[in-house]
Design a protein around this ligand. Structure first.
Ligand code: PMP
Length: 962
């Protein structure tokens, strides 16, 4: 049987079993191609593929094309791959191997008939199919690659493109009809048929306007390969190269995202935007996209079932069945118009429904109340006490809460998915009966608990009217302006687009652009102001990028916009609450009412510079000194950690008359000149080690987990540092001082080896220098067993620098030292920091200390910290990637590795874990010079249940990320 000459046509050809050549025959083909190597079978739905391995590992893929395809088809595929490779040299492509300039390919006679055999290069890295969770960054890169392939194949013309495959979405409706009988479950078959029919109908509205071109049309998670940074950078399998709608390239990529876990909308939009940046969609393409995804899902299910039927031995096809079904289910889990509106809104295209025009439905407008994220009514944690909406509404006779504004009253904490917070209705509370009138004439429909009145452009839906007050039975016709019924208590008014039957009253924020597009704001029917559109977090981010210097980085690629905090919770503009596990600045919890009250009262009375004489400053200085050993009784008040460490360094220089300073490697101490000079972390500044001024000398980071001396050998760091200090002194660089965090906070909460600070402080003092403890991160009760980090080491420094937690977010820092050191500053003039210790700052500082004492927060850090540590340690039993748990109390670090024995840092996993935790409702960030440690330092008020939630989410995410 010779190769066909006519283009392949799925509709006339029908069944397409994969070639099934025996191993010996395949080996012969390999020899014919002039290649030697070991063969191992790879899966394929239509061809027969083998990995070819030589002494140096896998080097190629032997591809035996299905004999149903003419030779021109494989030539077109190879030409397409070459074309993309030429256009985007940074992409790796599965191209046909060349020997002496000639392609390694041939037409061979086989037991399966004549077929094309060729060798492609092998691309290591693996596909994304088996990874349960895909990060938005991966999805975005997939969309970008789809755009690059689409751009490079634009204008590509080849005889081998004339084929008609079942994957051409231009014939998807017919393909589903043809193959649906292979779906044995009748319910599922009907579901697939109905979805395909609806998608086809939606598509028909715009299909004439869709551009057509050549494409890969199979750029799924199975055909994109992982690069060194964890993101896709390679494309394989050009087997479906053909001509179709241009936007189908993206639709196919999106379909490949849908069987993974994680929030579908976020992942999908990341891919759409990745595509859009290089290859903007037309209006028609944006409208066609989701119907195409649904059709792709339907074709996948139907084709998969058929393939499994006729090719019972094809394990590859069988394994795909479940995945294909999940894709279809995800594609149809929200109504198509909702997904289309979400896509359009994500691309900045118009989605809104025209407002309804009709008569007022009430004689007197209601009072409008705010239940949103920034509403005062939700302050002081009121949003977490049940009944907020009713409590807020209770003060007026007739009250309404707006349409489309996320309600904090509907939020919830410790939830792995976003709660439904966005109303698609206006909620009304009538404390005495209010008659609602028909805004237009029409036939009333009564359904369970609600009344519907279709009008010329919209359908009015009223929930909660008193049943005995409603206009007569179903299908009654009412005249505009006549009563529909009476509201007593709580009710809802909704305006649906004509033809839409129902929209949930509350939807999650990511779905809101989709559902809201099917409804209109009913405000005009009530005579109240309409909801004004607000800038989305991403638009605000663009504004930030245009005015805030880019080097001032922000957390996350696509950060939630956080506008409220309460205790350990941070709330975004969609009213989603996140557990804040990273915030050591707000030590006593976000928005602590005692601080609000004390600061408000102080601001209302007096705030001025610290050269005036007022009570708050001496009281705070005294309280602060009382937390420290007796000799440390002289306090300088400043505004930040950088100022505190800078001043500490200058005090050391003043006290000794020297200028050399010794610092630890991997440290961060601030951004001012002197504090930056001693900052050696390459995570904060990749050039740090090469660019320190000559007066800064570093000693090795005493990291007992991954440093030079590990575990039982870690005691060596102390003597080594002491020796270095003596050497420096001997060489004429006797140091003014030694500065270090008392626990290496920025390195990941790494506890110093026992006795380390004792040895180093002794050495530095022996040569006439002073010891500076940077307690900006680890001090102030966080360690639980000790108020100050240096107490863990049993030492007393000469100078202590502190900030962050002492102000609970208010700019406040301090240096505390001995009288002798403080006096030495005089030589350089007097000290003045205008707002350091201002009446408000000193009040904040005092209040924070009071709260830590009154609420027993140091003890909480000890108890919950121990529980958290134990929970994280237990994760090591289940996940090989957990290297170790650093830290103490509520300053912990979870270190992630690719190989536990070699302790190889895993930064990509750590980065992905933080992204996934955000989706699961937890704020967490990586730290350390290798970016592979979770910095766990929540507000000290964190509860045992919250600690458990964190551990559970890390556990879940690590399962999903593997
Ligand atoms: N020292 C340490 C140990 C720090 O972690 C930081 C801030 N990350 C600073 C000093 C500087 O503090 P600030 O950002 O308040 O200037």
């Amino acid at each position: 049987m010779s190769l066909p000459r006519q283009p392949f046509d799925f509709f006339t050809h029908g069944e397409l079993p994969t070639p099934a050549m025996a191993p010996t025959e395949v080996a012969e083909v390999l020899t014919t191609l002039g290649i030697t190597g070991e063969l191992s079978a790879l899966g394929s739905q239509q061809d027969q593929n083998f990995l070819v391995t030589g002494p140096a590992g896998a080097f190629g893929v032997l591809k035996l094309a299905n004999p149903a395809f003419p030779e021109a088809d494989t030539l077109a595929q190879d030409a397409a791959a070459d074309r993309v490779a030429a256009a985007y040299p940074q992409l790796r492509l599965a191209q046909v191997l060349r020997r002496d300039g000639a392609a390694v390919r041939t037409v061979v006679e086989t037991s399966q008939g004549q077929l094309v055999a060729r060798m492609l290069n092998f691309l290591p890295g693996g596909t994304f199919t088996r990874t349960r969770w895909l990060s938005p960054a991966v999805a975005s890169r997939m969309g970008r690659i789809a755009a690059q392939v689409s751009l490079s194949l634009d204008g590509f013309d080849h005889r081998g493109l004339e084929r008609r495959l079942q994957w051409d979405l231009r014939t998807a409706g017919a393909v589903v009809e043809l193959l649906a009988p292979s779906i044995s479950d009748l319910g599922e078959r009907e579901q697939v048929r109905a979805a395909a029919t609806a998608a086809w109908a939606a598509l028909s509205q715009v299909s004439a306007e869709l551009p057509v071109q050549a494409g890969h049309f199979d750029l799924t998670d199975d055909n994109l390969i992982r690069g060194a940074d964890g993101l896709p950078d390679a494309v394989i399998d050009f087997g479906d190269v053909s001509t179709s709608w241009r936007v189908a390239e993206l639709a196919v990529t999106l379909s490949g995202l849908l069987h993974h876990t994680g929030p579908v909308i976020e992942t999908m939009l990341a891919a759409v935007r990745g595509f859009q940046e290089l290859r903007p969609l037309t209006e028609a393409e944006a409208t066609a996209l989701w119907p195409l995804v649904v059709l792709r899902g339907a074709v996948l299910v139907a084709s998969g079932r058929q393939q499994a039927e006729l090719d019972a031995d094809n394990a590859y096809a069988r394994a795909a069945l479940d995945r294909e079904w999940r894709i279809f289910v995800a594609a149809t889990s929200l109504p198509m118009p909702v997904m289309t509106a979400i896509i359009r809104s994500g691309l900045g295209l118009a989605t809104s429904l025209a407002p309804a025009t009709g008569l007022r439905v009430v004689a007197e407008p209601p009072k409008l109340i705010d239940l949103g994220v920034t509403a005062d009514a939700t302050n002081d944690g009121a949003w977490l006490r049940p009944g907020l909406a009713a409590r807020t509404a209770a003060s007026w006779e007739f009250v309404a809460a707006p349409w489309g504004v996320p309600r904090l009253s509907e939020s919830a904490v410790l939830r792995p998915t976003a709660p439904a917070t966005v109303p698609t209705s206006i909620t009304m509370w009538a404390h005495s009966p209010v008659t609602l009138l028909a805004p237009w004439s029409g036939a009333v429909q009564l359904a369970e608990g609600l009344l519907m009145l279709p009008g010329p452009t919209h359908t009015l839906v009223l929930h909660g009217l008193s049943p005995d007050s409603l206009v007569g039975g179903s299908a009654d016709t009412v005249a505009a302006g006549t009563p529909l019924g009476t509201l007593t208590g709580r009710g809802e008014i909704q305006l649906l687009a004509a033809g839409i039957e129902a929209v949930p009253l509350l939807v999650p924020a990511d779905q809101a652009p989709g559902w809201l597009a099917l409804t209109a704001d009913p405000a005009c029917l009530l005579g109240i102001p309409a909801t004004m559109p607000t800038a989305s977090p991403s638009v605000l981010l663009q504004e930030r990028d245009s005015h805030v210097a880019e080097v001032q980085e922000h957390y996350y690629l696509d950060p939630p916009q956080i506008e409220r905090g309460w205790r350990t919770h941070l709330v975004d503009t969609g009213a989603r609450a996140y557990l804040d596990m990273v915030n050591n600045v707000t030590s006593v919890g976000h928005a602590h009412p005692r601080i609000t009250a004390a600061v408000s009262a102080q601001l209302a009375r007096l705030n001025t510079n610290s050269r005036f004489h007022y009570a708050a400053l001496p009281k705070f200085a005294e309280a602060l000194a009382a937390t420290l050993p007796d000799q440390l009784d002289q306090v300088f008040l400043v505004n930040s950690g950088s100022e505190a460490t800078d001043l500490a360094i200058r005090l050391a220089m003043a006290a000794t008359g020297r200028r050399d300073i010794i610092a630890l490697a991997e440290a961060y101490h601030g951004w001012t000149y002197a504090s930056d000079a001693v900052s050696t972390s390459v995570a904060d500044n990749p050039n740090a080690l090469a660019t320190r001024p000559d007066w800064v000398h570093t000693v090795e980071a005493p990291n007992s987990y991954r440093g030079r001396w590990r575990d039982a050998e870690a005691w060596r760091y102390g003597p080594q540092a002491a020796e270095r200090i003596h050497e420096l002194a001997a060489s004429g660089h006797a140091p003014a001082g030694f500065i270090a965090e008392s626990i290496s906070g920025n390195a990941g909460g790494i506890v110093l080896p026992d006795g380390y600070l004792g040895e180093v402080y002794a050495a530095v003092r022996e040569v006439g220098g002073v010891a500076i403890a940077d307690e900006v991160q680890v001090g102030y009760g966080r360690l639980g067993d000790w108020f100050w980090g240096f107490q863990q080491q049993g030492v007393v420094p000469d100078i202590v620098a502190v900030a962050k937690s002492m102000g609970n977010g208010h700019p406040l820092g301090a240096v505390i030292t001995t009288r002798a050191v403080a006096q030495s500053y005089r030589a350089g003039g007097y000290f003045f920091s205008s707002t350091g210790g201002s009446p408000v700052s000193a009040t904040v500082g005092l209040t924070v200390l009071d709260i830590i004492r009154d609420e027993g927060l140091q003890a909480n850090a000890r108890v919950v910290g121990a529980q958290l540590r134990a929970g994280l340690m237990a994760l090591a039993d289940r996940h090989d990637c957990v290297g170790t748990v650093h830290g103490h109390g509520l300053y912990l670090g979870l270190e992630l590795v690719t190989d536990r024995a070699a302790r190889t840092p895993d930064a990509p996993l750590t980065r992905d874990l933080c992204e996934r935790l955000r989706q699961l409702g937890v704020i967490m960030q990586p730290t350390g010079d290798h970016g592979n440690v979770l910095k766990i330092k929540p507000p000290l008020v964190v509860s045992s249940a919250e600690a458990d939630y964190f551990v559970t989410m890390v556990d879940q995410a690590l399962v999903e990320l593997r």
